[in-house]
Design a protein around this ligand. Structure first.
Ligand SMILES: NC(=O)C1=CN([C@@H]2O[C@H](COP(=O)(O)OP(=O)(O)OC[C@H]3O[C@@H](n4cnc5c(N)ncnc54)[C@H](O)[C@@H]3O)[C@@H](O)[C@H]2O)C=CC1
Ligand SMILES: CC(C)CC(=O)C(=O)O
Ligand SMILES: [Mg+2]
Length: 352
C-alpha cells in the first residue's frame, strides 16, 4: 500500500502529521509512505510548486494524502509559480475529476453550528464537485484596454463529456444514499450552466430511482443555511462546489472538520486511485502555533482507506474514533475549545 504524503505549507504539515500517525496505528499490511514537496516549500527548494519528482511520486502511489498549499510570501509571484498551482496541477495530471465533500453534523456539535441546533442536527449531505474544469482550468489572462486600464478574464467552459461523467458519479452516489440529487448551476445566466443542466437531465434517464432537482446556485447557498437537511447529494461545478463546501463546513461547525476525496478513473490493485485532503487551506493566520484542527485530514485518511484501499472497517473505525473524541468534548480552537493539534491527534488515537 503505497501512499504519497504531501504536507505542503502553513498548517498542512501539522494536520498531515496527525493523519499519518492514525494510519500508522492501524497495522496496515505493507504500508509504505513517501513524502514529497508541494507548494511554497517546493518553490523554495526546487524553484517550482509541483516538482517533477513529486508528480512522479504521486503517479507511482496507490493514493495521495495532501495537506494544504499557499503562503502569503508567494502573493506577488507569477501565477504558474504560485503554491496553489501544485494542487491544481495534481488534480489535472492525475485526472481527478470528482471531488467528494461529505458534511454531516457530529453528535454533540449541534451547538457549534452557525445555524440553530435543530437545523444543524439534520445535516447529512454530500457535495460532488467537478474538479477538472470550469474557470480554474479555462483560458485566462490579463490585457491592457484601449483606455489604459487592465482587464482580466477566466474562461468558464464545460464539455458534455465532462458533465456526463460527474453526473453519472453523482447519481450513483445518490443511489447509495437517500436517492435525492440536487444539481446546482446558474442556468438562468450562464451558457455552461444551461449545457450542464441539459446533460444532467439526460443522464437522469439512466437513474429512475433517483429524484433529480435543478437549483440555481444563489438559491442553493440560501437553502444550505435555511434548511440544509433537505439535501442528500449536491452535484455542481468546480467554482460553485468550492464555495458551497466552505459554507457547508460552518453549517456543521467548522472548516476543520470537512474531509475530501478526489477521484478519477484509474484503478489500482486495491481500489480507485485518489487524492485525499481537508477542504481547508494552509491557514497562515494560525500556522506554526499547533492550533489547527487535524480532524478534517484524519477523516480524509479514512476516506482514503474506503475508496483507494477497500478497507471500509478501518475507515469506519477512524470515523468512529473522531466522533467519540468530539462527543467526549475534545475541541480545538475552531470549535471553541483549547485542544491543540497534537492533543486532538492523541485523543483520536486513544479512541482508535
Ligand atoms: N487545497 C488547498 O491546498 C487549499 C489552499 N488554499 C490556500 O490556503 C491559503 C489560505 O487561504 P484562506 O482563504 O485563508 O483559507 P483557509 O481555509 O486556509 O483558512 C480560512 C480560515 O479558517 C481557519 N482554518 C482553516 N483550517 C483550519 C483548521 N484545520 N483548524 C482551525 N482553523 C482552520 C483559518 O485559520 C482561517 O481563519 C491561501 O493561500 C489559499 O489559496 C485554500 C483552500 C484550499
Ligand atoms: C486552492 C484552490 C486551488 C482550491 C480550493 O480552494 C479548494 O479546492 O478548496
Ligand atoms: Mg476551497
Amino acid at each position: 500500500m503505497k501512499i504519497a504524503v504531501f504536507p505542503g505549507d502553513g498548517i498542512g504539515p501539522e494536520v498531515t502529521r496527525e493523519a499519518v500517525r492514525v494510519l500508522q496505528a492501524l497495522d496496515l499490511p505493507e504500508l509504505t509512505l513517501f513524502e514529497g514537496d508541494v507548494g511554497a516549500i517546493a518553490y523554495r527548494r526546487h524553484g517550482r510548486p509541483l516538482p517533477d519528482e513529486t508528480l512522479e511520486m504521486a503517479r507511482a502511489a496507490d493514493a495521495v494524502l495532501f495537506g494544504a498549499v499557499g503562503d502569503p510570501s508567494c502573493d506577488g509571484l507569477e501565477r504558474h509559480l504560485r503554491p496553489e498551482q501544485a494542487i491544481l496541477g495534481l488534480r489535472a495530471d492525475l485526472g481527478l475529476f470528482a471531488n467528494l465533500r461529505p458534511a454531516t453534523t457530529f453528535a454533540g456539535l449541534e451547538g457549534m453550528s452557525a445555524l440553530r441546533p435543530e437545523i444543524a442536527a439534520a445535516i447529512d449531505l454530500l457535495i460532488v464537485r467537478e474538479l477538472n474544469g470550469d474557470v480554474y482550468f479555462g483560458d485566462k489572462g490579463t490585457r491592457r484596454l484601449d483606455d489604459g486600464q487592465r482587464q482580466g478574464w477566466d474562461m468558464m467552459a464545460y464539455a458534455e463529456d465532462e458533465v456526463r461523467r460527474i453526473a453519472h458519479l453523482a447519481f450513483r452516489a445518490a443511489q447509495g444514499r437517500k436517492g435525492q440529487l440536487v444539481s446546482v448551476d446558474k442556468a438562468n445566466v450562464l451558457e455552461t450552466s444551461q449545457l450542464w443542466r441539459d446533460v444532467v437531465g439526460e443522464v437522469a434517464a439512466d437513474y429512475p430511482d433517483v429524484a433529480l432537482e435543478h437549483m440555481y446556485v444563489d438559491n442553493a447557498a440560501m437553502q444550505l443555511v435555511r434548511d440544509p437537511g433537505r439535501f442528500d447529494v449536491i452535484v455542481t461545478g468546480n467554482l460553485f462546489g468550492d464555495i458551497l463546501s466552505d459554507q457547508a463546513s460552518m453549517c456543521v461547525g467548522s472548516i476543520g472538520l470537512l474531509a475530501s476525496a478526489s477521484l478519477g478513473q484509474r484503478e489500482t490493485a486495491f481500489g480507485t486511485f485518489g487524492l485525499y485532503e481537508p477542504i481547508h487551506g494552509s491557514a497562515p493566520d494560525i500556522a506554526g502555533q499547533g492550533r489547527a484542527n487535524p480532524m478534517a485530514t484524519i477523516l480524509s485518511a479514512a476516506m482514503m482507506l474506503r475508496h483507494s484501499f477497500g478497507r471500509e472497517d478501518d475507515a469506519a473505525r477512524i470515523e468512529s474514533a473522531v466522533a467519540r473524541a468530539l462527543a467526549d468534548g475534545v475541541r480545538g480552537g475552531d470549535l471553541g475549545g483549547d485542544a491543540g493539534t497534537g492533543a486532538i491527534g492523541d485523543a483520536v488515537l486513544e479512541r482508535l
